[in-house]
Design a protein around this ligand. Structure first.
Ligand SMILES: [Zn+2]
Length: 451
């Protein structure tokens, strides 16, 4: 296994440095209309952002510095009130709000802008990725906003986003897609020539599972189809059929080094597929089902806050998600596979982490600064979750995980919430004490992981 496999598990690429320091202005909804001009290679956008708790003075947002803004205003009745703005730092914009804007009520801020499509990833492959990392629309972290996205492209192009495809209209050499997402917090967009990716659709649990493959190897395609569909069915049933969309999509991107989940959609980098040939199928396919698990845990339905210093964040979002994944692996490939995953985890932890370089899991932030931090999260982390499962016993473990999920789904949850739920299954508090100890200390010698 190489370092890129660890990166596979990361939600966001670590190089992102982002800022937003608003006084609790909430963005609740976006209405985005975008046109892709393939001749000028630009994306032209009209975006309405609904906000609550607007404060007079300023509002800072994350937004690509490539954007050329032609108009920026707040609509009050029949009046358009233009806003001054300035770009600052890297990819941040400050809007200056004049006193006359009524800040007490809900407002809509409209942006009209364009930017060169080559400023987002995909310029080499022609499969353009507009994700939160590209900051292609103004946003701030940790808003749980809804969105609709109307995207028009030349008729030989295809688009993909999160949520449900409400309509696809073809008119005079253009196609217009309408995507709507009532649950997701981010609005990714993919634009590519239709023949660049192989489209295959399957049905499982009455949902369409759509695949867009870059790899031409049909054997590999089938392996991914099987594991994505099987893991989707597993987690769908584990979380009691709780999935609000009609589709789930898997898109493979040739120049992307990682895998990520964005809600109803996973992105998988072609470089990871080379592991199928070098390291075997388990190592290669496991990241795909990890991202499927995120559809419910940590990204899709149950959220943990980004860019905060919340303690236990990585344990909650990633260690537990990876453990749920290897529970699926154990069911898919047999119980031996679960044991093998735990053995791999232990050997990685022992190989890379020692008393000098270990940072305790409880304090590891969202963005890794070292390889060892990632090893602690994805390997020591699953061993700790395995201990938690053994302490509770299988029946209580499942009840506990499902209870925590159902109590906090569609909200942000914290480690204190986790402990609060755990206390219902740990009346004496001994399990909580041991868990805290595992998360807050270095080393792992005290655990007998064999039983
Ligand atoms: Zn993950």
């Amino acid at each position: 296994m190489t370092i890129k496999n660890i990166l596979t598990f990361s939600l966001l690429v670590a190089s992102q440095v982002l800022y937003a320091n608003n006084l609790n202005t909430d963005i609740t909804d976006y209405i985005i209309r975008a046109d892709y001009d393939n001749t000028a290679k630009t994306l032209n956008v009209n975006l309405q952002m609904k906000v609550d708790n607007l404060h007079s003075g300023k509002i800072d947002l994350i937004f690509t510095h490539f954007a050329k803004i032609s108009s920026l205003y707040v609509q009050e009745g029949k009046n358009k009130i233009s806003l001054d703005y300035l770009f600052f730092r890297k990819d941040s914009i400050r809007l200056i709000l004049p006193e006359k804007i009524k800040t007490s009520k809900k407002q809509t801020i409209t942006f009209e802008y364009s930017f060169p499509i080559d400023s987002v990833s995909g310029s080499k492959s022609g499969i353009y990725t507009f994700s939160r990392a590209e900051k292609w629309y103004p946003l701030q972290y940790n808003d749980l906003s809804t969105h609709t996205l109307t995207i028009s492209v030349p008729d030989n192009f295809t688009t993909l986003s999160t949520g449900d495809l409400i309509s696809k209209v073809e008119k005079i050499r253009r196609k217009t897609y309408l995507w709507s997402d009532k649950y997701n917090f981010t609005c990714p967009l993919f634009i590519f020539e239709s023949n660049a990716l192989k489209f295959i659709t399957k049905t499982t649990e009455n949902k369409n599972i759509n695949f867009y493959f870059y790899t031409k190897d049909t054997l590999i395609q089938n392996k991914f189809i099987n594991i994505v569909c099987a893991s989707f069915a597993y987690f769908y049933n584990f979380f009691n059929g709780d999935y609000p969309y009609s589709t789930y999509s898997y898109i493979e991107i040739p120049d992307y080094q990682a895998g990520s989940a964005t809600g109803s959609l996973q992105v998988f980098g072609t470089p990871l597929i080379s592991d199928c040939y070098s390291n075997g199928l388990l190592e290669c396919l496991k990241p795909a089902s990890h991202e499927v698990a995120h559809e419910w845990w940590g990204i899709g339905r149950l959220h943990f806050k980004d860019k905060t210093k919340e303690e236990g964040l990585q344990f909650l979002r990633e260690s537990i998600n990876e453990y749920l994944n290897i529970m699926f692996i154990g069911q898919y490939w047999g119980a031996d596979s679960l044991t093998k995953c735990l053995q791999i985890a232990l050997s990685y932890y022992k190989q890379y982490v020692n008393n000098d370089n270990e940072k305790v899991l409880f304090e590891i932030p969202q963005q890794f600064s070292t390889w060892e931090e990632a090893v602690v999260v994805y390997y020591k982390g699953v061993l700790i979750v395995n201990e938690l499962r053994k302490m509770l016993g299988d029946t209580k473990w499942e009840k506990f995980i499902k209870k925590y999920y159902s109590t906090y789904k569609n909200k942000y949850a914290t480690y204190n919430d986790f402990i609060r739920t755990l206390s219902q299954f740990d009346k004496k508090g001994t399990i909580t004490t041991r868990l805290n100890n595992y998360l807050k200390t270095k080393g792992f010698q005290e655990i007998n992981w064999n039983n």
